[in-house]
Design a protein around this ligand. Structure first.
Ligand code: ZN
Length: 124
């Protein structure tokens, strides 16, 4: 399983499949995902762009001004996904239901807003 640290440089509204429109403030986000097979290919897809939008995260990463800053291979074990994901609870803000369609562990979402961009920094 892996975590993506994502920079959202300016606020975006994204139509994310069945979730509808999701608003993102500028800031840093952390996404936790897994790929039972083909982890390398999955991460490459996230970093360089997906041709077809399939997962929720694809929709966010397809936006201009949104990029993957860091990839962390958090565990070799895909089953750790939710346990690692929930480390965000209490310190970060969950994006409700984002990336957690197939989550059975009750995570609020698999994407967290980790840090809001400070006002006035890197504007434009
Ligand atoms: Zn989960």
């Amino acid at each position: 399983m892996y975590q993506l640290w994502i920079d959202v440089r300016h606020p975006v509204r994204v139509l994310v499949g069945a979730l509808g429109t999701v608003r993102f403030v500028a800031g840093t986000y952390v996404y936790t995902g897994r790929a039972a097979r083909g982890l390398r290919a999955r991460v490459r897809r996230h970093a360089f762009g997906a041709r077809h939008l399939r997962w929720h995260i694809d929709y966010l990463l397809a936006q201009p001004g949104v990029r993957v800053r860091k990839v962390v291979l958090a565990s070799e074990n895909a089953a750790d996904e939710c346990r690692v994901n929930r480390r965000g609870a209490g310190r970060w803000i969950a994006v409700p239901r984002f990336g957690s369609s197939d989550c059975r562990a009750g995570c609020p979402g698999h994407l967290w807003q980790a840090k809001r961009r400070a006002r006035g920094v890197s504007r434009g």
